[in-house]
Design a protein around this ligand. Sequence first.
Ligand code: 5GP
Length: 187
Amino acid sequence: MEKDCELYKDLDRVLITRDEIAAKVRELGAQITNDFRGKKPVLVCILKGASVFFTDLIREIDLPVTLDFMAISSYGSATKTSGVVRILKDLDHDIVGKDVIVVEDIVDTGITLSYLKKILEQRGAKSLKIATLLDKPARRKIQDLHVDYVCFDIPDAFVVGYGLDYDQVYRNLPDIGVLSPRIYADN
Ligand code: 5GP
């Protein structure tokens, strides 16, 4: 998809290009390969936002990984977190004794991830690490949430693309961009 396509007209600006993303994802894949050498980690994709990042990341990891998927509710169609987290789709396999890497799209207040971490920790995983594509450290409300792998720290702006949506749209943008506030001004 080129940058003069229709979807790009709703962006204020591109924040992270597809090339920058690809380079970072490759780097993260190599780091995980190194950190988990000799292990068979379970990679857990948090749907739907992390789906694009996840499919790229797993192909940069040179280990016998297995995959699982989970869906939790966070934002609905608004751009501010409600603090209410619900499991919409649970894991297919149990994680007892496994090395688990949770793959998220973005950590904002940290409410979603700290909740998720708590439930997964109670399920007896041997280890639990978190990998996120984006982090907005300025917005953190849960201060003791440790995120193990971060591709990019970003400023406090609402971003879409590369899996991240606004009202379920824009996930297929290959780059990450700041959504123009005029798009959500009426909500
Ligand atoms: P938290 O619980 O950390 O506040 O929120 C995490 C979730 O909020 C993410 O998984 C994502 O769904 C949503 N979110 C937070 N900031 C953004 C953003 O800038 N853009 C999009 N599309 N979603 C966001």
